[in-house]
Design a protein around this ligand. Structure first.
Ligand SMILES: Cc1cc2nc3c(=O)[nH]c(=O)nc-3n(C[C@H](O)[C@H](O)[C@H](O)COP(=O)(O)OP(=O)(O)OC[C@H]3O[C@@H](n4cnc5c(N)ncnc54)[C@H](O)[C@@H]3O)c2cc1C
Length: 397
């Protein structure tokens, strides 16, 4: 490995870890700084069948089969009509989807990166990022709480929607909505065996529920931050539980799935950002952003993890090419991301418009506005943008 070529990746989620893995395979010394002390669970567990193509390209097919993650047969949806519809995956050509144990999935990904030579540092948090000439000076807190520093010629921002590096470099983030996901794990002594992901629209948003391999149900209520019940927003566990169950009354299919199988909340419902948003620039001199940090997807699309890994794949190659003095490396990366995100925004707009019920409900009226997913909230009054052509790239579903 040519250690003169070196990059620091801040954030060890799917995007940062795949970028680091690709870099290590390209002979670049890759350091991942991950703030969590070790693998932990995150909201987001449904992978569409297309992810298997990407994992095959990365030589990581076993990631899905080795730990007993659950195969999912398709989507069931209550959307546009009170009658449930089904979209089985067998109608597609790529086989089953997957419901993964997120903690295990990310742990294995990190192990594979380490085996390829990545210096993966759990419990190491970026506090400040300062540009000094052509280099970056990173101020960090290590797992023992000590303040340390790191200097690098190239830094990748893989910190998720927080985009901690890019924001510290002064880059703006724009949003297309204010979606939040209130996610919880539910457990039952008599779990369901139905592996379909259930998606159900309600007046204030929509619900999804997905069975996991251990019989638990991952359930999330997706709504807009300003429409969220105060009980959900203010972080008190009992109030959040009550508000979550109150909101569930509007979702009869999801409620039946939960109550019919005796599921109970095992974790307090936790709101987290889930908006469609992106940075206004995803690269600059000596840096790039990858995964949710660069451009984040509505969970309705099931694109988050796959796109994070797909952009990680391209980011790894772009950084390696850039460090090898190829001037087209970063512009090509930007074009790939723009292409994929433009296609996503188009689909997103169309998808929300297939729900015609709930007239007057703010959640849905906002998504029926002419400029929804065309212009960011921050620019709707002044700028008109064009959409980009759809992508055919299997790495960015
Ligand atoms: C409620 C909800 C449901 C979802 N459901 C799905 C789904 O079903 N399917 C799907 O594909 N996607 C889903 N997603 C989206 C998916 O989880 C994300 O798209 C995916 O995690 C993005 O990966 P990433 O690596 O870009 O970011 P992340 O997974 O967010 O990883 C970023 C990492 O950076 C670390 N970090 C942040 N700041 C710092 C710092 N200063 N220093 C060091 N480390 C730092 C964090 O600890 C984190 O591990 C869902 C999201 C939500 C909120």
């Amino acid at each position: 490995m040519n250690s003169a070529r070196r990059a620091v990746i801040v954030g060890g989620g799917p995007a940062g870890t795949v970028a680091a893995l690709v870099l290590a395979r390209r002979g670049v010394r890759a350091i991942v700084l991950e703030g969590r002390l070790g693998p932990s669970t995150k909201a987001g567990e449904c992978l569409p069948p297309s992810v298997t193509l990407l994992l095959a390209r990365l030589g990581l097919e076993q990631l899905l089969t080795q730990d007993g993650h659950l195969r999912s047969r398709g989507h069931r949806f209550v959307w546009g009509s009170p009658r449930p519809g089904e979209r089985p995956f067998f109608a597609g050509v790529r086989g089953d989807g997957w419901h993964v144990d997120r903690r295990l999935f990310e742990a294995r990904l990190a192990e594979r990166a380490q085996a390829a030579g990545v210096d993966f540092r759990w419990g190491t948090r970026l506090d400040r990022c300062i540009r000094e000439g052509e280099r970056f000076h990173l101020e960090l807190t290590d797992p023992g709480g000590a303040r340390i520093t790191e200097t690098t010629d190239f830094v990748a921002d893989a910190t998720g929607r927080a985009a901690s590096v890019a924001r510290r470099l002064g880059v703006q983030r724009v949003r297309y909505d204010r979606l939040v996901g209130v996610a919880a794990r539910l457990e039952s002594p008599t779990p369901t065996t139905d592996t379909y992901t259930l998606v159900e629209a309600t007046p204030d948003g929509w619900w999804y529920s997905a069975l996991l391999a251990d019989g638990a149900l991952a359930v999330a209520f997706m709504t807009d931050a300003d429409l969220m019940d105060r009980g959900l927003a203010h972080g008190e566990a009992d109030a959040a539980r009550e508000a979550f169950l109150r909101a569930l009354r509007e979702a009869p299919e999801t409620r039946e799935r939960i109550e019919g199988h005796g599921y109970r909340l095992a974790t307090p419902p936790q709101p987290q950002r889930a908006e469609t948003s992106r940075l206004t620039s995803v690269t600059g001199a000596g840096w790039l952003a990858v995964g949710d940090a660069a451009a984040a997807y509505d969970p309705l699309s099931s694109h988050g993890i796959g796109s994070a890994m797909g952009s990680g794949y391209y980011a790894g190659h772009a950084i390696a090419d850039h460090l090898a003095h190829r001037p087209d490396a970063l512009p090509t990366y930007v074009a790939v991301l723009q292409n994929a995100y433009g296609a996503y925004l188009d689909l997103q707009r169309q998808h929300y418009r297939t729900e015609h019920r709930f007239p007057g409900a703010p959640f849905w009226e906002r998504r029926r506005m002419p400029l929804y997913c065309l212009d960011p909230i921050e620019a709707r009054s002044s700028v008109t943008s064009t959409t980009l052509p759809p992508t055919l790239d299997p790495c960015l579903p």
